[in-house]
Design a protein around this ligand. Structure first.
Ligand code: SF4
Length: 237
C-alpha cells in the first residue's frame, strides 16, 4: 500500500492487543474519549470489532461543526457501540456567555482557556470520575507537545492509567486503515483540516503547515496550542 510502512499490519495487531489489555484490566471502569477525528474513527472501528465492552464518550461543546455531528451519526449507524454524547453544564455556559459574550475565545488566551475549561475539560472530568483508565487517539507526530508520550502512561492530572494505542502510527497509516476498512470519517478532512475541534477555533491548513496550525491559530506566535485535555503531566508506565 502506497505510503505505508511494511509494519502497518503489525501496528494494527499491536493496537488490538493494547485495546484488549486495557479492556481486560480496566473495563468497565474505562472510557475512550473520542473527538471523531481520523484517529478516533479508526479506534472506534477497532473497538467495535474487538473490544465492544469499551465505552465511548464524546464532548459536544455546543460549537462543533456540522461535519462532526454527521460523522458521529454515521458511526452510530454503522457500529454497535456504547456511545455517550456529553454536554457542558448549561448554567456554567450561560454565566460565561452572559459575562464575556459568545465569542469570548477571541478576546484573550485566558478567556479561550476558560471556554475550553467550561465546554470541554469540566465535562471530561465529570465523565472520568470513578474511572480507572482512559483511552485517547493521540499520535506522537501530531505535535511537539506529544513527543514524550508513551502507549501506556500514568495520567497524574486525572489520576488514571492512560492508553494511547495510536501513539506510534503515522498519518499515512491512519488513512490506509480508514480506506481499507471503509471507516466513516469527518468530511472536513477532505478540505485540509487535519485536526478538527470547535468550528470557530478550527481552520484549514496549507501545504507545509504544522498539522495543528489550524487550531487557535490567532493566539500563537510559535509552537502549537493545546486545549488542556492532554496537557497534563504524565509518567510513562
Ligand atoms: S475550542 Fe474554542 S469554542 Fe471550543 S471550547 Fe475551546 S475556546 Fe471554546
Amino acid at each position: 500500500m502506497s505510503g505505508v510502512s511494511a509494519s502497518w499490519q503489525e501496528k494494527v495487531s499491536a493496537t488490538v492487543r493494547l485495546l484488549e489489555q486495557a479492556a481486560g484490566d480496566y473495563a468497565p471502569d474505562l472510557l475512550f474519549a473520542a473527538s471523531f477525528g481520523a484517529e478516533d474513527v479508526l479506534l472506534i472501528d477497532l473497538i467495535a470489532k474487538h473490544t465492544p465492552q469499551i465505552r465511548i464518550i464524546t464532548l459536544d461543546t455546543g460549537r462543533l461543526p456540522q461535519e462532526t455531528y454527521d460523522v458521529i451519526d454515521a458511526c452510530r449507524s454503522r457500529y454497535a457501540i456504547d456511545l455517550t454524547v456529553l454536554f457542558p453544564d448549561a448554567a456554567a455556559v450561560e454565566s460565561m456567555v452572559k459575562t464575556h459574550g459568545v465569542n469570548l475565545f477571541r478576546q484573550s488566551v485566558e478567556l479561550r482557556k476558560s471556554c475550553c475549561e467550561v465546554r470541554k475539560i469540566e465535562p471530561l472530568k465529570r465523565a472520568l470520575q470513578g474511572q480507572r483508565a482512559w483511552i485517547t487517539g493521540l499520535r506522537r507526530e501530531q505535535a511537539e507537545s506529544r513527543q514524550m508520550m508513551a502507549a501506556i502512561e500514568d495520567d497524574t492530572h486525572f489520576g488514571l492509567k492512560k492508553f494511547n494505542p495510536l501513539i506510534e502510527w503515522t498519518e499515512a497509516e491512519v488513512w490506509a486503515y480508514i480506506r481499507a476498512n471503509d471507516v466513516p470519517y469527518n468530511a472536513l478532512h477532505d478540505a485540509h483540516y487535519p485536526s478538527i475541534g470547535c468550528a470557530p477555533c478550527t481552520r484549514a491548513i496549507t501545504v507545509g503547515e504544522d498539522p495543528r496550525a489550524g487550531r487557535w491559530w490567532w493566539e500563537r506566535e510559535d509552537g502549537v496550542a493545546e486545549c488542556g485535555l492532554h496537557a497534563s503531566p504524565l509518567k510513562r508506565s
